[in-house]
Design a protein around this ligand. Sequence first.
Ligand SMILES: NC(=O)c1ccc[n+]([C@@H]2O[C@H](COP(=O)([O-])OP(=O)(O)OC[C@H]3O[C@@H](n4cnc5c(N)ncnc54)[C@H](OP(=O)(O)O)[C@@H]3O)[C@@H](O)[C@H]2O)c1
Length: 327
Amino acid sequence: MRAIVSQAPNEAAILTEIDPPRLDTDGEVLIQVTHSSVNYKDGSTVLGRPGFVRSWPLTLGIDIVGTVTESNSAAFSPGDHVTLNGAGAGETRSGGYAEYATAPAAALVKVPDSLTSAQAAAFGTAGFTAALAVLAIEDHGLQPGDGDILVTGAAGGVGSLAIALLARRGYTVTGSTGRIAEAQDYLTALGAAQVIDRQTLSEPTKAPLQEQRWAGVVDGVGSHTLANSLAQTRYGGIAVAYGLAQGPDLPSTVLPFILRAVTLRGANSVYAPLPLRQRAWELLDTELDLNSLDLMSSSISMAEVLELAPRILAGEIRGRTIVDVTR
Ligand SMILES: NC(=O)c1ccc[n+]([C@@H]2O[C@H](COP(=O)([O-])OP(=O)(O)OC[C@H]3O[C@@H](n4cnc5c(N)ncnc54)[C@H](OP(=O)(O)O)[C@@H]3O)[C@@H](O)[C@H]2O)c1
């Protein structure tokens, strides 16, 4: 079968022919893959950046969408339409950039009947992560009407989906982006009430406590951006950190926490337990407007993944990129 494979540490991946995988572990499922997607992490693994892939050679692609062909698990049968987001795919076990993949039943989710395979891939890890962030905001008790929610990295994959989900839930959303001229109309169409320039957040923090602007924050950027966002979060508000597009550091102080009772919470898609995965997918199924999903999605072939990898790391890709594994 055709697959995008990382062959050795620190080497860029190649598109090549390999033998299809076989089921060899209890609780595993064999999937004929039709679609995957390109996430920031996929850009890193395709280019051979260290810290993600743990064994070689390995098929990459952290999202898998397809149809079950064989199953060692009572929970899945041949013909089931399934998806896997993270859970080690493309990092510690073979991923979705191949015509077949195995997956652990413990992390596999059935694709809702209302979605095509391409739409499920457009959600992918990005949608799943955005849904986890929205659930964290809601579990914190924030209601629409409590105040504005800031979404950083707004035009990226997770950012676009977070804006669409939050707006659909009734929240007033501000998107922060580095490409305001190009993305303003796009972000407004997804549901952002306001779009701000990310430079207002990305410089070193001038004061650990600033004007209280945000009831909640969904941050994919980290570093100074998260530090400034925390400094602008209102009393009792919450910031959900899921990414590090600016950097993994957090040059902040404890003041937002001890003087404004701000909560900083993480969201992680890789190790999320099955009940949380199912909750997130229910949210995506019920709340995401498919017109918004189409607006933010484009589709590429397997060979094009190799060309796109450096561009997603450079922050040049808008919204979501679906990979048609059959092309
Ligand atoms: N915790 C998890 O489980 C999880 C899951 C998925 C992704 N992530 C992480 O989340 C982040 C975003 O992932 P993604 O797949 O959505 O990537 P993406 O589509 O490339 O989006 C990232 C966005 O961040 C902004 N950005 C890029 N470089 C920046 C910089 N130097 N300073 C400030 N903003 C910058 C850009 O938005 P604008 O152009 O709008 O400014 C870019 O579109 C990555 O760090 C990824 O590793 C984590």
